[in-house]
Write a protein that binds this ligand. Structure first.
Ligand code: SAM
Length: 285
């Protein structure tokens, strides 16, 4: 018996279902159910929420989410071997767990979820940033989710919460912090996983803000940060040259030194610049 539910320990589940980790699926499993319960708690009050979990694997975090009272969990898993193990959890929590065998990059989860929705996942490293970027760039804001609680390699987690002035600060920080409150809530050593990854991991909790911190057109903001951080060693007057013939004037109007580099510019500066660029284009300047 495990501490958080009456289901068998995860090692036994893995052995019985022949779930040896596969590297190409980004599989590093969490087997300590006290730890998965902690991650579930970091996701906030789940009792009134549906939870989307990507990559449940043998179900450690899934069990944490259910034990912490999630109203309903939708778990999308690509590895067919894990589905019978997950169905056993579904049977222990009648009506509260839906398992979909599929690729999270292709399955539309919304047909199976009712608001309010939280997302919680120990993401496969190979699709983690792709999924995060999608969740942060929906066609309308606020997004379908109220929070994201996601495990990443620590280096990626640090890029999400980074402040200006260092190497970690880049497009991901601007994208995440523009419309969410993002913080690292837990750091985990390699030993927490089976098999052990080479690097530390961290859980990031992002709460959707009702609207952006500073107004800007999402596409223009993305254009500016892609150009600025794409050549981050260059001064902005050079890295942003392709965006507008009068980029130096637009930078000055946004109170940004044309000689500054992207990593020095706070979120507000990028938003001011994106507004100025859009206005200049619309005015045919
Ligand atoms: N949640 C489990 C845990 O914490 O122990 C497993 C986490 S493991 C890092 C990532 C999981 O994502 C694996 O179970 C893997 O099979 C699954 N996965 C990989 N690519 C996927 C995809 N495209 N769609 C859905 N699941 C995927």
């Amino acid at each position: 018996m495990s501490a958080i539910d009456g289901l068998p320990p995860l090692r036994e589940v893995i052995a019985r279902h022949d779930l040896q980790a596969k590297k190409q699926l980004g599989q590093n499993f969490l087997l300590d159910l006290n730890l998965t319960a902690r991650i579930a708690r970091a996701a906030g009050d789940l009792t009134q929420c549906d939870v989307l979990e990507v990559g449940p694997g043998p179900g450690g975090l899934t069990r944490g989410l259910l034990a912490e009272g999630a109203r309903h969990v939708l778990a999308i898993e690509k590895d067919a071997r894990a589905i019978p193990a997950l169905e056993e959890i579904a049977a222990a929590y009648p009506g509260r767990l839906t398992v979909i065998h599929g690729d999270a990059l292709e399955v539309d989860p919304l047909a199976h979820l009712a608001p309010p929705i939280r997302v919680a996942a120990n993401l496969p490293y190979n699709i983690g940033t792709e999924l995060l970027t999608r969740w942060l760039t929906p066609s309308e804001w606020p997004p379908f989710w109220m929070s994201l609680t996601l495990m990443f390699q620590k280096e990626v987690a640090e890029r999400i919460v980074a402040k200006p002035g260092g190497r970690a600060y880049g497009r991901l920080a601007v994208l995440a912090q523009w419309r969410t409150e993002a913080r690292i809530v837990l750091t985990l050593p390699p030993q927490a996983f089976v098999p052990q990854p080479k690097v530390e991991s961290a859980v990031v909790h992002l709460t959707a803000l009702p609207g952006p911190r500073f107004p800007a057109d999402a596409k223009v903001l993305e254009e500016v940060t892609r150009a600025g951080f794409g050549q981050r060693r260059k001064m902005l007057r050079a890295s942003l040259r392709g965006l507008h013939p009068q980029i130096e004037t637009l930078l000055s109007e946004a109170a940004i030194a044309p000689t500054a580099r992207a990593e020095e510019i706070p979120l507000e500066g990028f938003c001011t610049l994106a507004r100025g660029l859009k206005a200049a284009r619309e005015a045919g300047r």
